[in-house]
Design a protein around this ligand. Structure first.
Ligand code: ARG
Ligand code: ASP
Length: 739
């Protein structure tokens, strides 16, 4: 009997429920080997070659990672090509930075949306790029060559570094490609990814925030959802279709592959697949790590962010300018804050720690059955326990540094100003000029989105948390003043800092920078915010970071061993590697879920729900008049459901995480049916433990996108570039989920 069927049967016997647990983010080059059979059983109609091939154009060629060009290895979101002229779809929240950059009070594209009516109106975005995966390759043997069980860690690390450097250099073909080798399965395997990066990506369109961010942070991570979270870009290339920086000479990029768009809608049980760049998951951690995250790290971070969000909310409600200035910051803080809260709830509900402990007990039993295994793995869990116990307070302090002191905008600016110290007597005037100009530029950008009172209150929040929660041995010395000079009053300390420092005041800081000479170094170094920055950095660099790094590297070694052991122990199970910002395929089904007793959430939402949420008094729920008109007139064109309702979002059981935003959600024929943009609140613990009953990805129905472009924005000419398909694929029922 086939291994997968056998596994399925075992799963039914064990838990009596789902035949298909859709957990997993699979490597495209291993699909045939591991998952294709299961995908076909669930209704998938194509072949592994149709998804990933190095010999022919395939679906992966229509998927891009979105990158900031200064760090092209990190895909912050995913996007997909929908026209032969390089038109790209992604999320509104992925294009947010670009849309915000082009927005001014006169042309407020964030609020009112933006549509280029012809190509010449498309807006270039400096620093934004897209990466196409050319190929992936298992390079484990090359990376681990010369390494044996006896090689010590240091030698092992340096051999690996050397081997990786050689592989990347060869694969980059003199800089034509970006080549990156990354560890998988905690360093038991290594894969090379080769990318081609296009550097001229222009904004084509975005709906108003009242559609693209509808429901704001309140609805974020939640179902039922009604956010029209999409934006459009176009990739440009030189006349040979090769990457080039922005130039008027550039022409629309001609892609190797384009997604067809299916507009016949989705139904429960339909096969779905998500392709893209999930960022980070840690599914194979031992119980002690989950405990540390759940009991120590998350509560600290949640507490700090709850307070700063309150501060920001109060300030933003009072002043519309502050709302604009701090919108992006607040959204960023709120996003992870909310995720961590959901994650902790989910871990508790799943009893994740106990489940991990159970696994560990079974593992140890298996280990103890053999002398050689005892020798290899016998001490693993004891060592884990010791290391995590030791690490917890350092890790908490590390997190506090980044959630408080280094999160403060003025402290960060103070840090930037210390660059002035590079100017000394011997510095050439041009170098001095360049450094000052660059610094002045960041200072100007900084003060555009700066509100003194809000910043000062945030500073006070941050310092309080650090002062009260963190061991005094790790305090930067200047915090002692709180006791010695301010009787423990953090507010008084804060006022003193803001009265003594020049950093928060553009009229003081600007002239100081432009007139800076080495003679002013003393003044710079005495500024209390500069002192706070430098001392904090010093403490962090000497007392925290080295210990965290060293302990983490010991833990990494254990992870490698544990991963190897787990795969031997559960030799029937097919393991998928944790997400690491490399290309992955997840598959599942369009599906509803039961969030709590007596409640079932339907798998799709409609425009009716938007009208129900309409509340002109609340910023995030103000429905645009034009959308209301379209709703009243039922002017949905060819995008409506058969029952006449207008679809907005749907849920499915694809395993996704941060970075998968903007990913194409595809049907059994590889046609685009939606764009992924979020997960449900009850499923956010999937980064640590996946629950097939509860974990759902949230996608924007592609028909809502088309409706907004066509009927709302009147930019229907863009649809002419796309290939809309209305032939319903024959609905051979996928094997049903046995309940
Ligand atoms: N939760 C989604 C993700 O992690 C969307 C975040 C953007 N939306 C927001 N309201 N902050 O990226
Ligand atoms: N919203 C996330 C993103 O931006 C997706 C997720 O975490 O599910 O990538």
């Amino acid at each position: 009997m086939n291994r997968i069927i056998l596994l399925g049967l075992v799963a039914i016997l064990l838990i009596g429920k789902t035949v298909f647990a859709n957990e997993g983010m699979w490597l495209p080059i291993l699909l045939e080997k591991y998952t294709m059979e299961q995908m076909r059983q669930q209704g998938f109609k194509l072949t592994a070659e149709d998804l990933y091939s190095i010999n022919q154009a395939c679906l992966k060629d229509a998927v891009v990672g979105l990158v900031h060009l200064e760090n092209p290895h990190h895909h912050f979101c995913t996007g997909e090509i929908v026209s032969t002229q390089g038109l790209l779809l992604t999320n509104h929240h992925c294009g947010y930075g670009a849309i915000q950059n082009h927005s001014t009070l006169e042309n407020d594209y964030l609020t009112y949306g933006f549509w280029a009516m012809e190509k010449s109106e498309e807006l270039p975005n400096e620093g934004l790029g897209v990466s196409f995966l050319k190929r992936m390759e298992d390079v484990t043997p090359q990376v681990l060559s010369q390494i044996t069980g006896n090689t010590d860690e240091q030698t092992r690390d340096s051999l690996i570094d050397v081997h990786i450097a050689g592989i990347e250099l060869a694969a980059s073909e003199n800089g034509t490609y970006l080549a990156k080798v990354k560890p998988f399965f905690a360093g038991n395997e290594y894969y090379l990814s080769v990318y081609k990066i296009y550097r001229d990506v222009r904004l084509v369109g975005a709906p108003p925030s009242a559609i693209g961010k509808f429901g704001g942070d309140t609805d974020n991570w939640m179902w039922p959802r009604h956010t029209g979270d999409f934006s459009m870009f176009r990739i440009y290339a030189d006349k040979n279709n090769e990457p080039a920086g922005y130039s008027e000479e550039n022409v629309p990029f001609t892609p190797a592959k384009v997604f067809d768009i299916a507009i016949d809608g989705v139904q429960k049980g339909d096969f779905t697949m998500v392709m893209g760049y999930p960022g980070t998951t840690t599914e194979y951690l031992p119980s002690m790590a989950v405990t540390m995250q759940k009991e120590t790290i998350n509560p600290g971070r949640i507490k700090i962010r709850t307070q700063s969000l309150n501060t920001l909310k109060t300030a933003m409600e009072k002043d519309p300018l502050v709302r604009i200035q701090y919108a992006s910051k607040a959204a960023g803080i709120a996003n992870s804050w909310k995720k961590w809260i959901g994650e902790n709830k989910g871990l508790t509900r799943l009893d994740a720690v106990a489940k991990k402990q159970e696994l560990e007990e079974g593992f140890m039993e298996w280990v103890n059955q053999s002398e050689s295994r005892k020798k290899e793995y016998g001490l693993l869990l004891t060592e884990y326990a010791e290391l995590y116990k030791f690490l917890a307070p350092y890790s908490l302090t590390h997190n506090y540094f980044f959630e408080t002191i280094f999160e403060s905008d003025v402290i960060d600016l103070a840090g930037k100003c210390t660059l002035l110290k590079q100017i000394n007597k011997g510095t050439a005037p041009e170098k001095t000029g360049e450094l000052k100009n660059n610094l002045m530029e960041s200072v100007n950008v900084f003060f555009k989105d700066y509100h003194l009172k809000t910043d000062q209150k945030l500073f006070e929040d941050y310092i309080s948390f650090f002062y009260y929660d963190i061991d005094k041995n790790f305090h930067p010395e200047i915090l002692r003043l709180i006791d010695t000079d301010f009787k423990g009053d953090v507010n008084a300390f804060t006022q003193w800092i803001y009265s003594q420092s020049m950093i928060p005041y553009p009229d003081k800081l600007g002239p100081f920078i432009s007139d800076y000479t080495p003679a002013k170094q003393k003044k710079l170094e005495k500024d209390p915010l500069v002192v706070l920055f430098s001392q904090s950095l010093q403490v962090y660099r000497t007392l925290i970071n080295p210990i965290v790094t060293e302990t983490q590297s010991k833990i990494s070694k254990l992870h490698r061993l544990y991963m190897k052991g787990l795969r031997e122990y559960q030799s029937n199970k097919i393991f998928y590697p944790d997400a690491n910002s490399t290309f992955r395929v997840s598959f599942g089904q369009v599906d509803d879920y039961k969030p709590m007793d007596a409640v079932t959430y339907r798998y799709y939402t409609t425009l009716t729900g938007i009208m129900e949420k309409d509340n002109p008094g609340i910023y995030d729920y103000k429905v645009p008049e034009h959308l209301k008109r379209l709703y009243c007139n039922k002017d949905f064109g060819r995008y409506a459901n058969p029952d006449g309702s207008m679809p907005v979002c749907f849920t499915a059981s694809n395993h996704t995480t941060g970075g998968n935003s903007g990913s194409p959600v595809l049907n059994s024929r590889g046609q685009l049916i939606g764009i992924n943009f979020d997960r449900n609140w009850e499923g956010t613990m999937s980064d640590l433990m996946y629950d097939p009953d509860m974990c759902r990805n949230i996608a924007l129905d592609v028909r809502y996108i088309l409706f907004i472009i066509d009927k709302y924005a009147g930019a229907g000419y863009l649809l002419d570039e796309m290939n809309l398909i209305k032939s319903k694929p024959s609905r051979e029922l996928p094997v049903q989920i046995a309940q």
